[in-house]
Design a protein around this ligand. Structure first.
Ligand code: NAD
Ligand code: DAU
Length: 339
């Protein structure tokens, strides 16, 4: 099969590509990526050496360029990871989130309709469900939980989900959607909580915890997310949504302390800073449906995954040093100075 993976030069897309190349050598993987600040060709170094891998630098919101890739590559499946993915950036500048996450999604699905496809898969997020209260641990997001978004990022992702469901209903496009909780692991861009804390701690910088640090996220090792998507694209039912998560809720403060413990550092660098605007309190996924229908379950425990992740950052300075030396410095200054 020919599988187009959009956003494959980013964190989860790249991990998915490596899993597919390893587990399905019979398939051809074609990556489409615009290479925004979050996309990195160094991440795909290993894939570029494989004969069954191809890369096209294309913006998913550029209709003629997307159509040209479809004409050339004749995909059977498309998995759409490409997105503006950082909540804090969406609060500063929502427009690009609409352009990529909403318009881009519709253009990809138009291409699927025009050229034909066996399956279009949308990589969505638990953030489309909004947040849950801290004092109701019994409440979890199911696929039936109403969409109720908080940030421009989550609103753009929910809009895309609605479009995917509309294309399935109206045009009969074969679609699936996965809504996963927070991922962590190798190649995670340093603006996100876990890599930011690892790299700040290594540099002896402060560790900026938003608000009271009690917000809860439900963490999943990235390879377990890749395995879930692989099952959905091959065995999932058309028109369905699948939640993906491993019942691994932690407060941000607990996560930061775990990072410090894994690095053998003390907690003196922790600094409470002004909260994120509209900060969602708690996310928690109920993954019963994907477990029951597709037999998926997470394989990596948080302590093990975090240790692997810390080890990866320690061993891969050559990957993250150029990122920290570039545009990221201006971003960090703007977001964290005087916060
Ligand atoms: P990322 O920011 O690390 O990577 C995004 C990739 O998309 C980059 O390579 C970037 O260059 C590319 N891209 C951005 N705009 C593009 C465009 N217009 N055309 C083509 N390529 C473009 O993101 P990530 O964390 O790997 O997230 C991937 C997907 O998974 C996103 O759709 C995100 O909403 C979803 N998701 C992420 C998480 C998480 O914890 N990171 C959890 C659930 C779902
Ligand atoms: O839940 C899935 C989502 O997880 C994905 O859809 C998003 O693409 C992904 O970025 C992630 O969103 P979050 O906002 O949860 O992730 P982030 O790493 O930005 O922040 C995690 C938590 O840590 C959040 O409560 C905010 C907090 N935080 C974050 C940063 C960067 C801090 O306290 N300090 C920080 O410096």
């Amino acid at each position: 099969m020919n599988i187009i993976v959009t956003g494959g030069a980013g964190f989860i897309g790249a991990n998915f590509i490596y899993s597919e190349l390893e587990n399905h050598p019979e398939d051809r993987i074609i990556c489409i990526d615009k290479l925004t600040y979050a996309g990195n060709m160094a991440t795909l170094d290993g894939a570029m050496k494989q004969p069954n891998f191809a890369f096209h630098r294309v913006d998913i919101a550029d209709r003629p360029a997307v159509y040209q890739v479809f004409e050339q590559e004749k995909p059977d499946i498309l998995v759409n990871f490409a997105a503006e993915s950082h909540v804090d950036r969406s609060i500063e500048n929502p427009e690009i989130f609409l352009q990529t996450n909403v318009i881009g999604t519709s253009i990809l699905m138009d291409a699927c309709r025009k050229y034909g496809i066996r399956r279009y898969h949308q990589v969505s997020t638990d953030e489309v469900y909004g947040d849950l209260p801290l004092d109701r641990p019994d409440l979890l997001f199911t696929e039936e939980t109403p969409l109720h978004t908080s940030s421009p990022y989550s609103a753009s992702k929910a809009s895309a989900d609605l479009l995917v469901m509309a294309y399935h209903h109206t045009y009969g496009l074969d679609t699936t959607i996965s809504r996963c909780s927070n991922n962590y692991g190798p190649y995670h861009f340093p603006e996100k909580l876990i890599p930011l804390m690892i790299l700040n701690a290594l540099a002896g910088k402060k560790l900026p915890v938003y608000g009271d640090g009690k917000n809860v996220r439900d963490w999943l090792y990235v390879k377990d997310h890749a395995a879930a998507i692989d099952l959905i694209i091959r065995k999932g039912r058309a028109g369905e949504v699948y939640n993906v998560g491993g019942h691994n809720e932690r407060s941000n403060l607990t996560v930061v302390k775990s990072v410090l413990a894994a690095l053998g550092k003390d907690e003196s660098g922790i600094e409470y800073v002004t909260d994120r605007k509209g900060h969602d309190r708690r996310y928690a996924i109920d993954p019963t449906k994907i477990q029951r229908e597709l037999g998926w379950s997470p394989t990596v425990k948080f302590e093990e995954g975090l240790a692997k992740t810390v080890k990866w950052y320690l061993a891969n300075e050559a990957w993250w040093k150029p990122i920290l030396a570039g545009e990221y410095q201006d971003y960090y200054e703007k977001m964290y100075k005087n916060r």
